[in-house]
Ligand binder design. Structure first.
Ligand SMILES: CC(=O)N[C@H]1[C@@H](OP(=O)(O)OP(=O)(O)OC[C@H]2O[C@@H](n3ccc(=O)[nH]c3=O)[C@H](O)[C@@H]2O)O[C@H](CO)[C@@H](O)[C@@H]1O[C@H](C)C(=O)N[C@@H](C)C(=O)N[C@H](CCC(=O)O)C(=O)O
Ligand SMILES: Nc1ncnc2c1ncn2[C@@H]1O[C@H](COP(=O)(O)OP(=O)(O)OP(=O)(O)O)[C@@H](O)[C@H]1O
Ligand SMILES: N[C@H](CCC[C@H](N)C(=O)O)C(=O)O
Ligand SMILES: [Mg+2]
Length: 486
């Protein structure tokens, strides 16, 4: 593609140099330069891409997009905001792929990954070709790829959408994190459906206040737009029971569909019941009422199922068919995943790493546990410090044996993280076993037949980050080995 043709997509820019040149790609990392590329300088939290423009040119870039004039031997295009320019240029360079597929964005503190997996199942059961982008991985149909971020940057996204489109994908489900919304990573994404799960405390290290955090989440709904054309409807799916439901509804001009357990809504669950097999409820919509039998546990599974049913409905799937698919789902990796290695007590690995999700997980366990509840939990380093005492207090409140351990200490001192957690403990006895493997082994060695062990915080993760290095670590594998050693 010619640079001058690409620049037509920008609204305001100045440039110096000849723009009648061919571009082979767009890049934002000078270390990954390819011959003939356009380098876009992004200001990040650690580095400023402008500092690397010269290196990018040395590595083959033939033009640069920046926020101020740079002295280089290639054309330099100056724009007011390179992040926005990147979104516009990448979208155009890859042929506006998200406009050619249905795009579902899911935001909220908890439930995004779970709902995205439930949706993938429902849509694939309808023989739809799906793409998925989220915390665990990116998927193109059934091929899985590693990802660094839950919601990657605009360049990665547009490139991924193009690849998906080339593989006949018709519908893409993606998690949209608050970081991504704040960074503008999803500018350029033409969402058709936006889903709001819930809002509770998380990421205050980044957003500083709950008001800022809520504002970031709301951007998905204000960006959804208001196309009311039959072929390109924009629909917001809102959890009516969350305190912030009204905020999300107010900022969007799109159609809305609501789901709820407690209030009147388009999709409502009543008569919820838990049994050894899972969770049952009666689904009530304007047109039908039906029993749903999930193999998943906990009230949050009902919320996630309602969100998936409402979203699939918005994507054209009849409610009965969604329900039939959901009833077959046995679980999502690392979300309330039961580790079974012949032991008599359930060992549950769950990605609960926020106060709200930890409380939900433990409340659910309290509903079926007949013996003692063990919890092994830590808090991530270089992340929200305010959640540490809250999570410790919840762990103490809902468990009989509370074990504090490390969860990706990153560049922080693990002992200091636990000290922050201990501030929340109100007096009950607890144990500190810094080494996560030893903490899990201890819990497994102490549990007896009717007990339940919850290993919280890491879910599907297969590493422990200590310093800046990732060490192989999988809660499920460690628990399985500990059980076998009994
Ligand atoms: C704080 C944050 O979000 N950082 C993201 C950001 O990195 P950064 O701002 O540090 O980037 P930087 O290193 O300062 O570099 C700025 C620019 O210079 C370029 N550069 C840099 C060095 C060099 O030698 N050459 C060069 O060209 C970089 O490619 C980049 O374009 O941009 C990177 C590329 O898009 C992201 O991978 C990275 O996410 C990091 C890994 C991260 O941990 N982010 C977390 C906080 C995050 O975003 N989490 C949410 C999920 C949260 C949740 O809901 O649970 C997510 O969506 O993943
Ligand atoms: N709807 C929900 N409401 C509250 N808690 C939930 C909900 N769904 C799942 N959880 C809990 O939150 C944990 C994380 O769930 P999930 O991975 O689906 O959320 P997420 O929003 O993708 O999180 P992340 O932002 O870290 O990617 C689960 O392991 C479970 O304990
Ligand atoms: N996306 C979240 C995941 C946290 C998972 C937990 N294991 C931790 O490392 O804190 C984050 O990066 O804050
Ligand atoms: Mg997720």
């Amino acid at each position: 593609m010619k640079l001058e043709a690409l620049l037509k997509h920008l609204f305001s820019y100045t440039y110096e140099g000849d723009t009648n040149i061919n571009l082979s790609s767009i890049e934002i990392d000078s270390r990954l330069q390819q011959e003939g590329s356009l380098f876009v300088c992004i200001r990040g939290s650690n580095n400023d891409g402008h500092q690397f423009a010269k290196q990018a040119v040395d590595n083959g870039a033939v033009a640069v997009v920046a926020e101020y004039k740079l002295k280089l031997d290639v054309p330099v295009i100056v724009v007011p905001n390179t992040k926005k320019a990147l979104a516009i240029l990448a979208d155009a360079f890859y042929g506006k792929p998200s406009q050619k597929m249905k795009l579902i964005g899911i935001t909220g503190t908890n439930g995004k990954t779970t709902i995205s997996y439930l949706l993938e199942k429902i849509l694939q059961d309808r023989q739809m070709k799906t793409g998925l982008i989220g915390t665990i991985n990116m998927k193109i149909n059934n091929e899985s790829y590693d990802v660094k971020n839950t919601t990657p940057d605009a360049l990665f996204l547009q490139r991924a959408f193009r690849r998906m489109l080339d593989n006949d994908v018709e519908i893409v489900i993606m998690e949209v994190s608050s970081h991504a919304l704040d960074y503008g990573r999803v500018w350029g994404c033409d969402f058709n459906i936006a889903v709001f799960t819930n809002l509770s405390q998380e990421h205050l290290d980044y957003h500083k206040t709950m008001v800022e955090y809520k504002y970031a989440k709301s951007l998905l709904f204000s960006q959804l737009g208001n196309t009311y054309h039959e072929e390109n409807k924009k629909i917001a799916i809102i959890n009516e029971d969350d305190e912030q439901a009204m905020t999300m509804k107010k900022v969007t001009s799109a159609h809305t569909l609501s789901y709820s357990i407690e209030k009147k809504a388009d999709f409502r669950a009543k008569e919820i019941d838990y049994n050894g097999e899972g969770t049952t409820f009666t689904l009530v919509t304007a047109h039908e009422e039906m029993k749903v039998q999930l193999k998943l546990l906990g009230i949050f599974s009902v919320y996630n199922a309602l969100a998936a049913i409402a979203t699939s409905f918005a994507a054209g799937v009849p409610v009965k068919e969604s329900v039939r698919s959901l009833e077959k789902v046995t679980g999502v990796p690392g979300r309330f995943e039961v580790v079974q290695a012949g032991q008599k007590f359930p060992v549950i690995v769950d990605y609960a790493h926020t106060p709200d999700s930890l409380e939900n997980a433990l409340i659910t366990i309290n509903e079926f546990a007949r013996g003692k509840i063990f919890v092994v939990v830590g808090c991530g380093g270089d992340r929200d410090k305010i959640k540490r005492p809250l999570m410790a207090s919840i762990a103490e409140q809902y468990s009989d044996v509370t074990i504090f351990t490390s969860d990706n200490p990153r560049t922080e001192d693990p002992e200091k993280i636990i000290k922050d957690m201990e501030e929340g403990v109100k007096g009950k006895e607890y144990l500190v076993i810094l080494n996560r493997e030893k903490a899990i082994k201890y819990a497994v060695s102490q549990a007896t037949d009717n007990d339940v062990i919850l290993i919280a915080g890491k879910g599907h993760e297969t590493y422990q980050t200590i310093g800046t290095k990732n060490y192989k670590f999988d809660d499920r594998e460690v628990a399985r080995n500990a059980i076998k050693e009994l």
